[in-house]
Write a protein that binds this ligand. Sequence first.
Ligand code: GLU
Length: 506
Amino acid sequence: MESNVRVRFAPSPTGPLHIGGVRTALYNYLFAKKYNGTFILRIEDTDQTRYVANAEQYIIDSLEWCNIPFDEGPGKNEKFGPYRQSERKELYKKYADILIDSGWAYYAFDTSEALDAERKGHEEEGKTFIYNWHNREKGRLVNSLVLTADEVQTKINAGENYVIRFKSPQDEILKMEDEIRGNITIDTNTLDDKILFKSDGMPTYHLANIVDDHLMEISHVIRGEEWLPSMPLHILLYRAFGWNAPKFAHLPLILKPVGKGKLSKRDGDKLGFPVFPLAYTNDETNEVSRGYKEDGYFADGFINMLAFLGWNPGTEQEIFSLDELVQSFDLKRVSKSGAKFNPDKTKWFNQQYMQSKSDAALTDLYLPVLSEKGISKDKEFVQKVVSSIKERAVFVTDFWDLSSFFFETPTEFDEKAANKNWKPETAQLMQELAQVISNVEDFSSANTEKEIKEWITAKEIGFGKVMQPLRLALVGKLAGPHLFDIIAMIGKVETINRIENAIKNL
Ligand code: GLU
């Protein structure tokens, strides 16, 4: 049965979703699923100046790739819809008016020049300008707390620009509780009277966010640490409306791999890793940013890695399926301090997931790569190849380098290895070996190994004298899986062909 737990991921569609945003979505998802609750997607697009058209679809596609779909949101179970704030525009003014009527908000007509002058004046005296009771009724500022009702109305009727500000309380120590950070107190005298509503008819983030969280019956607000400074205002807004506030949990930042500060796209560019789940094309500049999906990461491994950026289960276990994450996730085990991003660990997770995937599933991923190269081999053959190389692979994109010799005669030979292992007498030896191989009847890996080794022993020469050049001939370098497995896979004709090819070219 559905519980009362209702959480939301509320991104602003201003560009591609950073992995920090994906982690916020993931924690919301895990929390919702753990408590049989509902995971909601709400698009916070009230700031038209920062709106980017393809960003919403990008966010939806990202959640889908990560396998953390929303239960309610744009176009899906629109029980409390619409879920795009721009489509709820009409609603917010009513709530701003409620606060004006109850005295919790007021009209302010100050121009940006006047506010700049205030700021400057304060700075010159070594003070910080705060638009709250310290200044709001001093007469220099123009708002409905100093003007008469008639004066206010005249200004509004004359079409003067105004904003609606929240009237933050004076001399109060506000006590708040965060699920991750515990008790937090703040002196309300340090709070600005934040703008709730702008004269362009749009609410600010603060008003829209609170109204929607209330109307959508959100039980827990789980979001990034950058929103912690907004928490006092949000708590005060709930109080002003006479609504119960949801519980809050502010997640730690994801930090740069080296140095200080928040992980940025620039860090990824510099150190060579993506910071976005999917590749993203900027419509205006045509700049393409890399994505985890396109870079060959498995979604489940990526999610597992993200879950550990700020949370840990308190045990040694690191590999968790999505279901296991749901069972184990606990806000109480989310850390307060920032989590350093580790690109190597991301690769490590991918490698772990690679090993746990079935050969059949990996074969399905490899077949299209091969067919793009014009190679068509039956699935059974490719699956055997995959099974022999996956141990050494981090990405499916590594497969070709690790296995091209299963499909193609090498055209190049590792020079260093050839100098060291292909001696003047080797050609003659390989010629004899080709003869031996042509006489092998049972061409299984075990039998060719037995017969070739018997021949080497009978010749009383070191194994390396034969095996190394043979590997060079078959693979082109001294790498790859068990040599006799390769021989059995490529077959007698191709094995002899490659030996002859090496004799000719080395
Ligand atoms: N729209 C805000 C963002 O872009 C939402 C913050 C919140 O979750 O309250 O992250």
